[in-house]
Design a protein around this ligand. Sequence first.
Ligand code: G3I
Length: 318
Amino acid sequence: GTGLDNLIKAKGKKYVGFCADPGTLSNSQNANILRTESGQLTPENSMKWESISPNSQGSYNWGNADQLVAFAETNGKILRGHTFVWHQQIPNWVKNINNKATLTSAIQTHIAAVMGRYKGKIYAWDVANEVFEDNGSRRDSVFSRVFGDWTFLDVAFNAARAADPNAKLCLNDYNLDYSSSKLTNFVDLVKTLKARGVPVDCVGSQSHLVVGNGAIPSFKTTLDSLATTNTEVQITELDIRTSASPSSSQISQQVTDYRNVVSACMKTSACAGITVWGVSDKDSWVPSTFSGQGYALIWDNNFNKKACYQGFVDGINS
Ligand code: G3I
């Protein structure tokens, strides 16, 4: 085949994937692009704690997540599960827990339920997401507040290993794209966790990038730092935003930037695969979060391939 996933597999990597959910899958152009170009899917929202169990412990909404998993199975795509321990999109009943025993049991029960339901069907799970602030300190959340240290991660990763021993268990974060105390502390945390026997198998670098960022040409340096954890490195949420109406120089810079990021993964043996955070610019999270910015993905608002598609291909072949 000619899709991005086929191209990257021919060069020895595991997958090119995209985020999806029943909303975007219901668009046949989107679904057809995923069938051809993708080998892996990540639920954009449907497996988040707030989506699965919004109201109370033990009551679950599986509908959207089940639909995504069914699409992946029918079409032979592997899945990345996303996500358990995160400060966002968690239900109020979890946010309001104020003692360690109750929160421990809530984390264990939730992970056992979700990973149990999809056992054997998920390649890798973002067990924890965005646990660092941008200055490199431990992020404030119900988890860090109630535990007072990093041991909420021990609870979560151990519960995950018990629930599905074959799934790869990842720590995922953003702004790991250049040298910083956040990157250093992230790498150190993974090493510390592993040293005390916490099962961390992979690190996810979201890679929400800004076109022309000075770190992109040396993206391999970042991936090399992440690889010092001796875990699998995955690019988990790639997009490269420009202004909402990009200039021609931004458009050509975006081609170069996609090529450089993909090339960095190709040249890093620990880098297993790349997930792009959406198909069409019309469904991207970027414009609603960063006013005046957009154009971050590989297909335009009408599902036409953009110039950066070729940048991605050139990166694979670099
Ligand atoms: O489903 C409701 C709908 O019922 C309601 O009417 C509507 C009104 O606002 O909101 C809908 O929920 C939205 C949800 O996406 C589903 O579309 C939320 O408002 C919106 O905040 C949510 O945004 C998601 C965001 O995570 C939440 O933090 C984005 O789609 C999703 O792309 C984004 O993904 C995150 C990753 O999980 C973690 N890394 C960063 C990345 C980008 O923010």
